[in-house]
Design a protein around this ligand. Structure first.
Ligand SMILES: *Cc1c(COP(=O)(O)O)cnc(C)c1O
Length: 424
């Protein structure tokens, strides 16, 4: 069974006896997370403390409603858990209201639409090819089929958000809501400018902070909370909590947000995940986490510049966050091929469209790399150089099985020096 099992608690013995097929996959997945390089910008290694909540009996409890106002009995203990989490969120982010119940980032966004709009309303959001998320108006998503989503993008010359275009579009389209936030935008967003545009046209200011909220929690980048009417996010990206969603809002929107989450679009909350969110919020309030958040950005900047030394180009001139979007046309290889070759070499990243990409979304001219996971492992600037060189080798030689095996061995040697979930 390998040595990985020593990480799991005593209940794992029971799982192994009862369902060895699934137990084995839990182990091989942990081995994969330990051995490969985890560069997916939206992934991280949550703490054993958070994992403990997820495997707890809180999972058994139905708690439709909110603390003190539940539709089921026996909620005294989970009420305390949720209240602690809400208070921690308000304190950490300086927010007037917090809702910890959304099951995911997409669920949190459904609640935001439900709270502030009606089907058919006009919304302004960042275009998908320029870094926006599916829930920001993709035609295959509820947002694109139920709402009139008008997209804004980045300027071609500097690949930064074009606030003039955003303002003109807001004046012309009179949106109910303006969404800022993206999944592949390496720069900071000027929330003060967005607020001014929202005020000018009377729109709700919604920030989807899924990717960068952890950097805000760690005080490494400016916060959208003082400006936005509502901020939605995931808890499992840089923030390093359990898989889930959360919403912060101004007090005047508190009732609308809570109603939109339950009964608006969910039934009972996943109380084990709510407990995990509370634990993650306590961790994120520590000075250790603040140092981590700063390191994540330093590492991303080092990785982007080392990849530039390897002949790739950092979109928007570099990064101010945890992720870099690299235009890899200089390597002569598409994003799709680079993604595949890196995968064979044990480097997990994703192909990603770059702004004004001449390739289709299934092929792309770019890769997206992020440093939340490797930074949690304890890697620093020298390792970022090493990683850039490994990526470059994989892109050049990764189709050769022999060479890929050599790169994979070097990747394993690197990750072995920074053990994830160290064995007791
Ligand atoms: C990741 C992400 C989401 C979706 O989160 P899920 O938990 O996968 O549903 C929504 N918006 C943005 C900007 C994201 O980056």
């Amino acid at each position: 069974m390998g040595m990985s099992e020593t990480f799991f608690g005593p209940d794992f013995d029971q799982l192994q006896r009862q369902d060895p097929e699934i137990a084995r996959l839990l182990i091989t997945e942990l081995d994969r997370q330990r051995q490969n390089l985890q560069l997916i910008a939206s992934e991280n290694f949550t703490s054993p403390a958070v994992l403990a909540t997820l495997g707890s009996t809180l999972s058994n409890k139905y708690a439709e409603g909110y603390p003190g106002k539940r539709y089921y009995g026996g909620c005294e203990e989970v009420d305390k858990v949720e209240n602690i989490g809400i208070e921690r969120a308000k304190e950490l982010f300086g927010a007037e209201h917090a809702n910890l119940q959304p099951h995911s980032g997409a669920s949190a966004n459904i609640a935001v639409y439900k709270a502030f709009t009606k089907p058919g309303d006009t919304i302004l959001a960042m275009s998908l090819p320029h870094g926006g998320h599916l829930t920001h108006g993709s035609k295959v998503n509820f947002s694109g089929s139920w709402f009139n989503v008008v997209s804004y993008g980045v300027r071609q010359d500097n690949e930064l958000i074009d606030y003039d275009e955003l303002r003109e579009s807001a004046i012309a389209n009179k949106p109910k809501m303006i969404c800022s936030g993206a999944t592949a935008y390496p720069s900071l967003i000027d929330f003060e400018k967005v607020r001014a545009i929202c005020d000018e046209v009377g729109a709700i200011m919604w920030v989807d902070a899924a990717h960068f909220i952890g950097l805000v929690a760690g005080k490494a980048i400016p916060s959208p909370v003082p400006y936005a009417d509502v901020v939605s996010f995931t808890t499992h990206k840089v923030l390093r909590g359990p898989r889930g969603g959360m919403i912060l809002a101004k007090a005047e929107h508190a009732a609308a947000i809570d109603k939109a989450v339950f009964p608006g679009m969910q039934g009972g909350p996943i109380m084990s995940a709510v407990a995990g969110k509370a634990v993650a919020l306590k961790e994120a309030a520590s000075t250790d986490y603040q140092a981590y958040a700063k390191k994540v950005i330093e590492n991303a900047q080092a990785l982007a510049s080392a990849l530039e030394d390897e002949g790739m180009r950092a979109v928007s001139g570099g990064t101010q966050t945890h992720l870099a979007l690299m235009d890899i046309r200089g390597t002569g290889v598409t994003g799709k091929v680079a993604d595949m070759r890196c995968g064979l070499a044990g480097i997990t990243l994703n192909k990603n469209a770059i702004p004004f990409d001449p390739e289709t979304p299934a092929v792309t001219s770019g890769i997206r790399v992020g440093t939340p996971a490797t930074t949690t492992q304890g890697m620093g600037l020298p390792e970022m150089k090493e990683i850039a060189s490994l990526i470059s080798r994989a892109i050049k030689d990764g189709e050769d099985e022999g060479k890929a095996a050599g790169i994979r061995a070097d990747v394993s040697a690197l990750t072995a020096r920074f053990p994830v979930y160290p064995r007791a």
